[in-house]
Design a protein around this ligand. Structure first.
Ligand code: AKB
Length: 316
């Protein structure tokens, strides 16, 4: 059966790279990118302007392009969500409910929706956090992701909707800018190190968090969506681990590439969000169910980021 994919929130940090990954795998014409603003960069395939809270608009795009699968990425992340909790709740909840309803009505065959390590909170075990454990998030972003997981599970159990999800850790990539997360420092550090030889982290030196290099995250996302249905046993969201490191550990790796690199620390309100999240994740369910295995460790990720970002920044 042929598939036509719609990515909602395609201009964001994950969307930019996911659209590329999906187009490489399934062909440019079969992947429609969409966002609320016209993209700044030239598109390699179809693009639609659509708001993730506009059910009618989304339906029009689905009908026009014969869409069978949606990847819904539009959301406010942890730090931005805390600035406007009511809007964060509205966007993060309305968008997933619209897509789940469209799937329930038979207009979509499959749905992807990202959750986050932010579903965990201060009462969750911090190391090797299990797939099923205490989830008492303390951020509005985490609360919305936890509720979204509940809705995904409900629509799967009650209506048979084929919805799949990953709890992303902090994501690091060179192709696109991060937008409003607590883990964004791990991307900013590369830009500032190359441009200025120095970076001031908004998280303290020892704030260890689960992270992942974007190529691993994109591969995981598409692999989960392509896994045979009987292998997808978690219908809330899958724990996924890549690497775990602290600001001082990544600073030491960056310094291998930028001699004399200076790291300073000025923790702000994001420190509290980071402190409420796990240090590392147990992803044995994803490994056992659909064969997940990360490829990048900290050194490999930093080497690859440095090489690509240096070239990109030189060219710009
Ligand atoms: C954030 O920092 O808000 C996100 C996340 C962990 O989901 N990167």
């Amino acid at each position: 059966m042929s598939k036509k994919i719609l990515v909602i929130g395609a201009s964001g940090q994950i969307g930019t790279e996911l659209v590329e990954g999906l187009r490489d795998r399934f062909g440019a014409e079969d992947v429609v990118a969409s966002d609320i603003k016209e993209p700044q960069v030239r598109q390699s395939g179809p693009f639609a302007l659509v708001n993730a809270m506009d059910r009618r608009g989304i339906e029009r795009v689905i009908d026009k392009h014969g869409i069978s699968e949606v990847y819904l990425l539009a959301a406010l992340l942890s730090a931005t969500a805390e600035k406007d909790p009511a809007f964060a709740w509205k966007l993060n909840m309305e968008s997933i409910l619209i897509i789940l309803e469209l799937a329930r009505e038979g207009k979509l065959r499959k749905v992807y929706w990202p959750s986050s390590i932010a579903v965990f909170g201060p009462t969750t075990p911090k190391d090797k956090t299990p797939q099923h454990t205490t989830t008492e998030p303390s951020t509005v972003y985490g609360i919305s992701k936890l509720a979204g997981e509940g809705w995904c599970k409900y629509y799967h159990q009650r209506y048979g909707v084929d919805v799949r999800s990953i709890r992303y850790p902090g994501l690091i990539g060179w192709k696109s800018a991060p937008g409003g997360g607590t883990t964004d420092y791990a991307v900013h550090i590369f830009h500032e190190a190359i441009k200025k030889g120095a970076y001031t982290s908004f998280l303290g030196p020892e704030s260890t968090l689960p992270m992942m290099y974007m190529p691993d995250a994109i591969r995981a996302t598409i692999d989960l969506m392509e896994a045979p249905v009987e292998q997808v046993k978690e219908r809330g969201s899958y724990n996924l681990a890549g690497l775990s490191f602290s600001p001082e550990q990544i600073a030491a790796e960056v310094a291998r590439h930028i001699p004399g690199f200076k790291m300073a620390y000025a923790p702000d309100e994001r420190q509290a969000y980071a402190d409420s999240w796990p240090r590392s994740i147990d992803d044995s369910a994803a490994r056992a169910d659909w064969g997940w295995k990360p490829q990048y460790d900290l050194t490999a990720m930093v080497d690859d980021m440095m090489a690509h970002l240096r070239t990109k920044l030189k060219a710009s």
